[in-house]
Design a protein around this ligand. Structure first.
Ligand code: FEO
Ligand code: CA
Ligand code: CA
Ligand code: CA
Length: 628
């Protein structure tokens, strides 16, 4: 049994909030009855054979590939590998000072709370570059921090002082930094008036249906409209009006209880808010993280946060209309009629995929302030026959008291309307060339084994066809008539990841997976302007057994039309590759490298005895050509 501190976010949640051993019998019967007409025999192999007809035939790849690079082999090096004719350089790393009065990163101490608050955050995830006149602003999520790296100067790799805890806290949040290219080199612009650290202590507004609701009121904020900070920001989104969306994912792991008899509500349990935090100790320095003293504080996280990078003094806005769950990213689409549609996944085993549709329409130059506050929230149900439907969550459909409550306890609302439990929805990406949406379902060892945290059954079938799914898949759907506000869609599987050198059944992957391009645990997904889909992985990098030949985490490019997938980049040891954006001229691709050496075996990027540091890299073509 691993030490609690060494478990992943998901694994910790299951320890503090064990799933029922058996699915509730009545629930299963009810589910079977309500879905009898569509789920015809939920047996993985039979199900996939039927639905795969239109899918597995993708293997007839176009003769002239759309990829402008020679694919690379996998490896387990402590370095970045890109195709011949491409180069990668580090733009900025964890601990790089954003202002000239802040100290340079100190490898011996790994900084202090004060230096960290003035420097680039840790564990880079979603990111975006915004043009502002002739200037460029890079906005990056700093999802979390690796205790053994952050506090690797301490014998146990754990915090010892209050300053250690505050340093870890200040490494979370979002970094906004101006960047520039000098010759071939990308650099951050120190002291730019746009540079900003948004941390767990930055004041932000709560907006939308839940703002002012009793469940959001706290001792520090009796009105329930002002919240301090954001953390565990995973994937991101971007709006057509040029703001950044930071998505709060495993927000629960920072709360703890000083009262061992504190009674957690069912709602808290659904979100795995518990008596034990993830080993960050925030309640020791900031009482609001003690749920027994401030139970409503945890209702103020788990949202999508809108940030205007051009207004460094403005409060970010927590948009409660987009629901509260473990948000991965927020993919924004302007529907043909001008309404804003946001697609979102909830990354936990057996959780759901959501859609928000604004009531108002987007018109460039007009006010956009209501577009993410005033709208309808839906959750997806997938049928075995390749069709699907969006279920609106209202007081009538959910039995909940108000839209505010639905915005706060969104998971419970989604269970009430009978959404389909999914294999950990990570990033959602919209094809700019066609009305179709892709989602990475990263893996789910509980598929077919255990229900989700709300007790919803997780039978193998449909878009989640494999029991104990440890490889993941990418599912896509097309809204009826190309209308993203339609409640009907059709779906298929774009790829089932797997290992064809080990398995000759479904775990070998779909036909567009082979010995040369195989990978596991797709996570980051983003389309480039040419309509190629980029896939980033956050998976098992042991390179043995089920994962033999798959090497380090990586990034691949995929052609939606043919199903062809080729490997473009391999990351350093024990990293995750996550976060992707481009310079406005599309000649540089920025990629995030998160937690290199999370198990203590990397010195990337500086090498030698250096402390490993999460970093943003810039990938360019040596001939100066376009990279997306
Ligand atoms: Fe932070 Fe779902 O990955
Ligand atoms: Ca992710
Ligand atoms: Ca992941
Ligand atoms: Ca991660």
């Amino acid at each position: 049994m691993k030490n609690f501190d060494d478990l992943s976010f998901d694994e910790q949640d299951e320890v503090v909030n064990p799933r029922p051993e058996d699915n509730d019998f009545d629930r299963i019967v009810e589910l079977a009855l309500s879905r009898r007409d569509v789920f015809k025999g939920v047996v993985a192999v039979g199900g996939i054979a039927a639905l795969g007809q239109n899918f597995f035939n993708q293997s007839a790849f176009a003769a002239d590939s759309r990829f402008a690079f020679t694919p690379i082999a996998t490896n387990s090096l402590d370095d970045i590998t890109v195709p011949e004719g491409y180069s990668a350089q580090v733009v900025t790393r964890w601990g790089d000072p954003l202002w000239s009065d802040a100290a340079e990163f100190d490898h011996a101490t790994r900084g202090t709370a004060e230096s960290q608050a003035r420097s680039f955050g840790d564990n880079i995830d979603g990111m975006e570059v915004y043009a502002h006149g002739d200037r460029m602003l890079l906005v990056v999520n700093n999802e979390y921090t690796n205790r053994k790296v952050m506090w690797g100067n301490r014998e146990e790799g754990k915090f010892e002082t209050d300053d250690d805890i505050k340093k870890g806290k200040a490494a979370h949040g979002v970094t906004v930094v101006e960047i520039t290219r000098e010759g071939d080199d990308w650099k951050i612009v120190k002291d730019s008036e746009f540079n900003r650290r948004i941390t767990p202590d930055t004041e932000m507004d709560l907006t939308g249906p839940a703002a002012g609701h009793d469940l959001l009121k706290t001792a520090a904020d009796p009105n329930g409209t002002l919240s301090l900070g954001t953390w565990n920001n995973c994937g991101n989104g971007s709006t057509p009006w040029g703001t950044y969306l930071a998505c709060e994912e495993n927000f629960n792991g920072y709360y703890s209880s000083s009262d061992e008899n504190f009674e957690f509500t069912d709602e808290m349990k659904r979100y795995s808010v518990s008596a034990k935090d993830r080993g960050y100790g925030w309640a020791k320095v900031d009482e609001r993280f003690d749920v027994s003293k401030h139970p409503n504080e945890s209702n103020r996280n788990g949202y999508v946060v809108e940030i205007d990078p051009r207004e460094p003094g403005a409060n970010p806005k927590k948009r409660t209309a987009l629901g509260r769950f473990k948000h991965e990213n927020a993919e924004t689409v302007v529907n043909p009629d001008g309404r804003i549609v946001v697609y979102m996944g909830d990354d936990e085993r057996g959780e759901f995929i959501y859609r928000y549709v604004s009531n108002g329409v987007y018109a460039p130059g007009a006010s956009t302030d209501d577009l993410l506050d005033d709208g309808k929230l839906y959750v997806a149900r997938f049928y075995e026959d390749g069709s699907g439907t969006w279920l609106e969550m209202t007081p009538e459909t959910t039995g909940m008291e108000s839209q505010a409550e639905i915005s706060i306890h969104t998971r419970i609302a989604a269970s009430a309307v009978g959404a389909t439990t999914m294999d950990r929805p990570e990033w959602v990406a919209a094809n700019p060339k066609a009305p179709e949406i892709y989602v990475a379902l990263t893996n789910n060892k509980n598929r077919g084994i255990k229900p989700n945290a709300g007790g919803d059954a997780t039978p193998a079938g449909g878009p989640n066809p494999r029991e104990e799914n440890h490889y993941g898949q990418i599912v896509r759907w097309r809204p009826a008539d190309g209308d993203h506000t339609s409640n009907d869609f059709s779906w298929d599987l774009y790829v089932l990841a797997g290992n064809p050198t080990v398995h000759d059944d479904l775990y070998g992957g779909s036909d567009n997976v082979n010995e040369d391009n195989m990978f596991n645990s797709p996570d980051g997904l983003k389309f480039d302007s040419n309509g190629l889909l980029w896939i980033q992985t956050d998976g098992n990098y042991s390179n043995e057994k089920d994962f033999a030949g798959q090497g380090n985490n990586q990034m691949l490019a995929a052609d939606p039309a043919t199903g062809e997938i080729q490997r473009f980049l391999v990351g350093p040891k024990e990293c995750e590759v996550t976060g992707l954006t481009w310079s406005p001229d599309r000649r540089t691709m920025f990629v995030g490298i998160q937690h290199p050496g999370e198990r203590g075996n990397s010195h990337w990027p500086e090498g030698g005895d250096a402390v490993p540091r999460s970093a943003v890299i810039a990938v360019t073509r040596d001939d100066g050509g376009l990279v997306g």
